[in-house]
Ligand binder design. Structure first.
Ligand code: 5AD
Ligand code: SF4
Length: 537
């Protein structure tokens, strides 16, 4: 059986897609490698959100192209948003590419790989030259609407094979999709085109998936959607023959003007969060990405405040602090509305962490607009902001409507200035936690090796981890080598602390442990282990 190398570019949605693709291919016998040189099938799950991500993928295609030219018998597949956006055009321009598979077609990937091997073209597929195959275009908005109810992708999410071994290394954390696609049409963004119309998964399927993940040892789920608070499921509309509810298309922006909804026939985002929390108590942390700053009702904040296992963390992109630019971006809210929202969050959840995204250098952005963005950053205690330089994307409204008129040098300056400002804000936010105790889900060892502590007896080196795990002192009398580990708090603050040796570190990964915060920086907390002797398992 051939071995697969799968590399992922871009967002969490792509990471989840890759995990599902991998599980699917493994279940039918494919092996995987992390070394491209060892693979006969190379798959790149691509991202089109910014040009930079695309360039990286193109350079990978170049490398594989050279190997093919040199005579290696390889299958090269492009998955995800670039496959969707470029379509067969990519096959023409990149002869080394054997197959394309858009994000709405990933359930059919095994068939595509098979067909490349047979150099046959599927009936009804877009024919490609030389027997190469392309399945893209099904996320086009019309066909996505039509196919939502007989959604094969739903099968891929539902059939997810969760591997506890892999989960341990990933700190027993898993993504769960609640919504695919997007109906917002921000003018700069390709997502509504590459991932299609907003489709909400039925709540029963989502709860069931969380339950299965918990049974496989997952401690933390991150619910994924482009705008999670627009999750809305109307019951009793679409049911499959076996009685299951089907995914369904979400309403447009206007539908959210009359909140709150109190209708037993509708599951809102607040209702979904409450169900997962109450029905799957084994999940210690429930997080969600990404929030949209409008239409985030108090109902969600109340559910968060009353349910301790829902993380007090919001990723809620502002994109700009200028109302004029927000309008050109078609974001659908003003700076004042954004601030009203973040104030409301902090009133309900004083400990909440807020993170965001900002785009600098959007067409026509003046110094004054940029100053307004700086003001916005100073008004909100952002733990971090991802800052992007505007990148005109083919197919979007912005590229047609506006000239990319902010020079690259200005974009770079604004980017750096915001990074520096965010570092100051982040430092203040993190410093606020010094002296407090936090629960950290330990994820990994870092590369930093702390200096060895003063010599001590081997008995001191024994650490009880609870749940029957202790580290044993080394028989040769050598000092244990301390190791630094990193994890995240409930509010997604990265926290590092030292443990006595590598075995202890390994035993802690994937556990939640109490840490006293002793210091901080712009991006993280530094702490020390609180010896409570018990860990959530
Ligand atoms: N240029 C720059 N940044 C973009 N983003 C989305 N599209 C673009 C673009 N064309 C950013 C937004 C979004 C994040 C995922 O990527 O800030 O929130
Ligand atoms: Fe893109 Fe806007 Fe949808 Fe986010 S809300 S995915 S930025 S169109």
């Amino acid at each position: 059986m051939k071995t697969v190398y799968l590399e992922t570019f871009g967002c969490q949605m792509n990471e989840l897609d890759s995990e599902l693709v991998r599980g699917h291919l493994e279940s039918i016998g494919y092996g995987f490698t992390t070394e491209p040189g060892d693979a006969q099938i190379l798959l790149f799950n691509t991202c089109s959100v910014r040009e930079h991500a695309e360039s990286k993928a193109y350079s990978r295609l170049g490398i594989v192209g050279k190997r093919k030219k040199a005579g290696e018998d390889l299958v090269l597949g492009v998955l995800g948003c670039m496959a969707e956006r470029d379509g067969v055009d990519m096959l023409r321009r990149y002869p080394q590419v054997d197959l394309l598979c858009g994000p709405g077609e990933l359930d059919k990937l095994p068939m595509l790989i098979d067909n490349v091997a047979k150099t046959a073209v599927l009936p009804g597929d877009q024919p490609a030259e030389d027997g190469r195959v392309a399945l893209a275009g099904n996320t086009s908005r019309r066909s996505a609407s039509l196919s939502a109810t007989k959604d094969d992708l739903e099968t891929l999410d539902l059939a997810r094979a969760f591997d506890p071994d892999r989960a341990t290394s990933a700190a027993r954390s898993a993504y769960v999709r609640i919504t695919r696609g997007c109906n917002k049409f921000c003018t700069y963004c390709v997502v509504p085109y590459t991932r299609g119309a907003e489709v909400h998964r039925p709540p029963d399927s989502i709860v069931e998936e969380c339950r299965r993940l918990a049974a496989a040892g997952v401690l933390e789920v991150t619910l994924l959607g482009q705008t999670v608070n627009h999750y809305r499921y109307h019951h009793g509309i679409a049911v499959t023959i076996d009685g299951r509810e089907s995914p369904q298309i979400g309403p447009g922006l206007k539908a959210f003007r009359n909140e709150p909804i109190d209708d037993a026939g509708i599951t809102t985002f607040a209702g979904l969060l409450a169900r997962i929390h109450d029905e799957v108590p084994e999940i210690a942390r429930i997080r969600f990405l990404t929030s949209y700053p409008r239409d985030f009702g108090d109902d969600v904040l109340e559910v968060m405040a009353s349910r301790p296992r829902i993380c007090r963390y919001l990723h809620v992109p502002a994109q700009s602090g200028s109302n004029r630019i927000l309008k050109l971006m078609n974001r659908g809210y003003t700076v004042e509305e954004y601030l009203e929202f973040t104030d409301r969050v902090l009133r309900h959840l004083p400990d909440a962490s807020i993170a965001g995204d900002i785009i600098v250098g959007f067409p026509t952005e003046t110094d004054e607009d940029f100053e307004a963005t700086k003001d916005l950053l100073q008004r909100v205690p952002f733990k971090n902001n991802f800052i992007f330089k505007y990148s005109p994307r083919p197919g979007t409204t912005a590229i047609d409507r506006f000239e990319d008129d902010v020079p690259e040098s200005v974009k770079k300056l604004r980017n750096n200035e915001l990074l520096a400002l965010q570092a100051e804000i982040g430092a203040a936010v993190h410093a606020d936690w010094v002296g407090r105790e936090v629960d950290v889900l330990v994820e990994r060892k870092t590369n930093r090796r702390p200096p060895n502590a003063a010599p001590r007896s081997s008995a001191d080196a024994r650490v009880s981890l609870g749940a029957g795990i202790t580290t044993t002192p080394r028989g040769d009398g050598a000092l244990p080598e301390p190791v630094q580990v990193a994890g995240r708090t409930q509010g997604d603050l990265i926290t590092v602390f030292d443990v006595v040796d590598a075995d202890t570190a390994d035993a802690m990964i994937g556990r939640i442990t109490r840490v006293k915060v002793d210091g901080s920086g712009p991006l993280l907390l530094q702490g020390s282990l609180v010896e409570t002797g018990s860990f959530a398992s």
